[in-house]
Design a protein around this ligand. Structure first.
Ligand code: ATP
Ligand code: MG
Length: 157
């Protein structure tokens, strides 16, 4: 359905704020305007849940997670950035594959099946968006995705 993304995203983050471990802080960098996108809200909620859960899971004690939306003319760019262990450059694409888990030794004790990001990729693409990762080992990870903006209604109509 047609959804104003910023308002919707605030709602998602509010829900995480109630459950997030105390030592982790969520920082919102969301623009003021209205950004209408077409969403299957249940599916987009799963996308954001998977990405934000990872950011929490792979954050260090006292880590900050930055949730950002930027306007890129024909689409919005959504990013979720953490200060965790990071991901090696040669594995940045593999993490979107089913059952892939980077650094088995480190991630094994954190649990999971390696499906979260594969599902997120499938669902973002179903929304005609793209998803990718940026990371510096030891510094943190950002997961970014785009969503096409709906044609803005002309003023006065
Ligand atoms: P699941 O989500 O199914 O519970 P998972 O978290 O291991 O398990 P994905 O969410 O698909 O699986 O992530 C795949 C792998 O990518 C993870 O095992 C981890 O190695 C790496 N990864 C994902 N997000 C991050 C992050 N924010 N920081 C560091 N590594 C990450
Ligand atoms: Mg996961």
């Amino acid at each position: 359905e047609r959804t104003e993304f910023i308002n919707y995203f605030h709602g998602i983050i509010d829900r995480f704020e109630m459950n997030v471990p105390e030592h982790i802080s969520l920082k919102r960098e969301l623009p003021k305007g209205k950004f209408n996108v077409w969403l299957d809200q249940d599916k987009m909620t799963q996308v954001l849940d998977n990405i934000i859960s990872n950011a929490i899971k792979y954050s260090p004690e006292g880590g900050k997670i930055t949730l950002r939306v930027e306007n890129r003319r024909h689409h919005i760019l959504v990013s979720i950035q953490d200060e965790g262990m990071g991901i090696a450059y040669d594995k940045l694409e593999k993490i979107f594959e089913r059952f892939y888990r980077a650094d088995k030794a480190r991630t094994r004790k954190l649990g999971g099946t390696g499906l979260g990001l594969a599902i997120a990729k499938e669902l973002v693409e179903a929304h005609h968006g793209k998803i990718w990762a940026k990371s510096k080992e030891g510094k943190g990870t950002a997961i970014l995705f785009t969503l096409p903006l709906m044609n803005q209604k002309r003023r006065g109509l």
